[in-house]
Design a binder for this molecule. Structure first.
Ligand code: GDP
Ligand code: MG
Length: 177
């Protein structure tokens, strides 16, 4: 039996749905009324990855510090992957994505010295009528240019693509172990 524990950061601007995504993924619940997270919130997702492999994801929910735009090294320490979330209805949250990516790349590396795998989530796609992601080829290009492992349109509200995105991320993490 193989068991892994992986620390995964969940970052992005305030109100993009980080806490909602984690609650959906771990507890399968959604509310329109989460309070802003204060302090650091952890959630543990246990995945029966293969018959002989259990993966535990310790999800670190960035907490209120969003407004400072960058996190301390201590928070990032020993993370093996990250999720950056933006809100498809607010362009400023997409513009902040690069800043988050730079911050992560500057402060945390794998033991090999490589950047940790990062996936980009275009959240609230249930509101996508007014959404930003009109051109998925452009998003592919953006992710390739900026060094994202991949991107997914997600909805915490409608439970779209969250499992898929996390499975993808675990695959990337396991490639590095
Ligand atoms: P955080 O600050 O990034 O942790 O964002 P929250 O998870 O607190 O979410 C901010 C607001 O957006 C809340 O009112 C959520 O209910 C709402 N929200 C989060 N995800 C979605 C989604 O996928 N669709 C919609 N329509 N609303 C969402
Ligand atoms: Mg939150």
């Amino acid at each position: 039996m193989k068991e892994y524990l992986f620390k995964v950061l969940v970052v992005g601007d305030i109100g993009t749905g980080k806490t909602s995504i984690i609650k959906r993924y771990v507890h399968n619940i959604f509310s329109m009324h989460y309070k802003a997270t204060i302090g650091v919130d952890f959630a543990l997702k246990v995945i029966n990855w293969e018959p002989d492999t259990v993966v535990r994801l310790q999800l670190w929910d960035i907490a209120g510090q969003e407004r400072f735009g960058n996190m301390t090294r201590v928070y990032y320490k020993e993370a093996v992957a990250a999720i950056i979330v933006f809100d498809v209805t607010r362009v400023s949250t997409f513009e902040a994505v690069q800043k988050w990516k730079f911050d992560i790349d500057a402060k945390v590396k794998l033991s090999t010295g490589e950047d940790i795998p990062v996936v980009l989530l275009a959240n609230k796609c249930d509101l996508a009528k007014e959404g930003l992601v009109k051109n998925s080829a452009q998003m592919d290009k953006f992710c390739e240019d900026k060094g994202f492992a991949g991107w997914f349109e997600t909805s915490a509200k409608e439970n779209l693509n969250i499992d898929k995105a996390c499975r993808f991320l675990v695959t990337k993490i396991l490639e590095n172990t």
